[in-house]
Write a protein that binds this ligand. Structure first.
Ligand SMILES: [Zn+2]
Length: 79
């Protein structure tokens, strides 16, 4: 299986490929899961390097979480 060096901790041949994985975002009190992401993960330090399309979707979801934190009055809609 193809491996690559970790960009974070510098260990050689330690990142492995993953596809279509759900990645959890844990941001203070808020959590979200971003489905079907692809990229590389380091076995040594757990650093994840997402593919460009996956990274964009991950950051979009993160942004939404941050915005919802900045609008506390909208956090708990009365449904
Ligand atoms: Zn690493």
């Amino acid at each position: 299986m193809k491996r690559q060096d970790c960009v974070s901790c510098g260990t050689s041949n330690v990142m492995y490929r993953f596809e279509d994985r759900d990645v959890e975002i844990d941001l203070k009190a808020l959590r979200a899961s971003v489905p079907l992401l692809s990229g590389w993960q380091c076995e040594a330090c757990s650093e994840i390097e997402l593919d460009p399309e996956s990274a964009q979707r991950y950051s979009d979801v993160s942004d939404e979480l941050v915005y919802s934190l900045r609008r506390p009055l909208d956090r708990y809609p009365l449904t």
